[in-house]
Ligand binder design. Structure first.
Ligand SMILES: [Zn+2]
Length: 132
């Protein structure tokens, strides 16, 4: 893990444990993620993050709204996957970003308990995942 990722993890852990973001943490997150962090906070403010949890396994995936009107929602796992173009282009191929704005929005919403909660069965979740 890179030093940058370690710093990011430390900040996220403390946001997750306090369920709030201090001014200091905000400036670190902003420094680490730049414009993507601003976009992510906008998405969270619009209640644009759904957490789809399956019963009884408790597994979940996030559904995050796309920013432009023509774009569909993106399914993502906060820590290691997003279905968007930027995830593959900027992160997997070029390694320029730590994560995309959808993953950031998902993580932020989950940390602050600002997700719209959606419950499905394990079968429904499996079906959803098979289409990704
Ligand atoms: Zn994404």
């Amino acid at each position: 893990m890179s030093a940058t990722s370690l710093v990011a993890e430390t900040v996220w852990k403390s946001v997750e444990s306090t369920r709030s973001v201090t001014q200091h943490q905000l400036s670190i997150l902003h420094f680490l993620y730049g414009k993507n962090f601003e976009r992510a906070t906008k998405i969270v403010d619009q209640r644009g993050v759904k957490r789809i949890s399956a019963d009884p396994s408790g597994r979940y995936i996030f559904q995050v709204v796309g920013e432009s009107r023509t774009k569909e929602d993106y399914y993502c796992f906060a820590e290691n996957y997003c279905a968007c173009y930027s995830f593959f282009y900027d992160i997997v191929n070029r390694r320029e970003q730590l994560c995309c704005k959808h993953q950031l929005a998902a993580r932020l919403a989950a940390s602050l308990e600002a997700c719209v909660e959606v419950k499905v069965t394990d079968e429904q979740l499996a079906q959803l995942l098979s289409k990704l």
